[in-house]
Ligand binder design. Sequence first.
Ligand SMILES: Nc1ncnc2c1ncn2[C@@H]1O[C@H](COP(=O)(O)OP(=O)(O)OP(=O)(O)O)[C@@H](O)[C@H]1O
Ligand SMILES: [Mg+2]
Length: 238
Amino acid sequence: MSAALDLEDVRKVYRAGEGEVVALSHATLQVGEDEIVALLGPSGSGKTTLLSIAGGLLAATAGRVLVGGRDISGATPGELTRFRREQVGFVFQAVNLVPFLTARENLLVVDEIGGRRKGPESRARADRLLEELGLAHRAGNLPGQLSGGERQRVAIGRALMNEPRLVLVDEPTSALDTRTGTQVMELIRTEVKGRGTAAVIVTHDTRMTRWADRTLHIDDGVLSAVPAAGPEGGDAEA
Ligand SMILES: Nc1ncnc2c1ncn2[C@@H]1O[C@H](COP(=O)(O)OP(=O)(O)OP(=O)(O)O)[C@@H](O)[C@H]1O
Ligand SMILES: [Mg+2]
């Protein structure tokens, strides 16, 4: 069985003006088929860079990237577009819903762009997701007519529309209060686990890592394991 995501010694160097920024250095990471990994680290540590490389949005400078056992490191732009459409669900740091489409239409657009199922099957799927996410009563609202937490939930629904193998979530709770953030994290876990999908969830809030199976720390582009918390997620210190 192949891992949902396999990063092998991935390095990413950005060139900016005269200098360079090493955003990822020797990143090695395996995420199991139905595993949720939290990626915790300060601003500028390389979290979004790692997600972007894992999802085929950005090419690594060196190293190998395998998703579901398939090496995407040398893929053409066309292959990457298809790969993202079929295998990956993204929830970005800034929720980027289409402002002139309703919540429901923001989900349906995934199937339309993908040229996938259309019509009743698509609509039933969108409606089921909206229901699960507690948004059935907001299905006809535009993003501007939704709260921050509701918008984030629409973005989660949209990321699940293509039945992805790998869900990549960037700071899902940064703009939300603790209570709403907690609800959003619970929902992500329920939805991802219910589908047997893998997920990498980026955060810089340690409280949000308890919904993950495993937490990794990233600092200055270097990944390291975080020791497992004690029983019931209590602090293991002392
Ligand atoms: N396109 C780019 N060109 C040059 N440098 C970049 C580029 N994108 C990111 N960087 C730099 O790479 C490093 C990692 O950036 P990244 O966006 O991955 O951080 P992050 O951990 O997601 O931060 P945040 O928590 O603020 O979102 C930072 O030092 C950033 O300034
Ligand atoms: Mg980021």
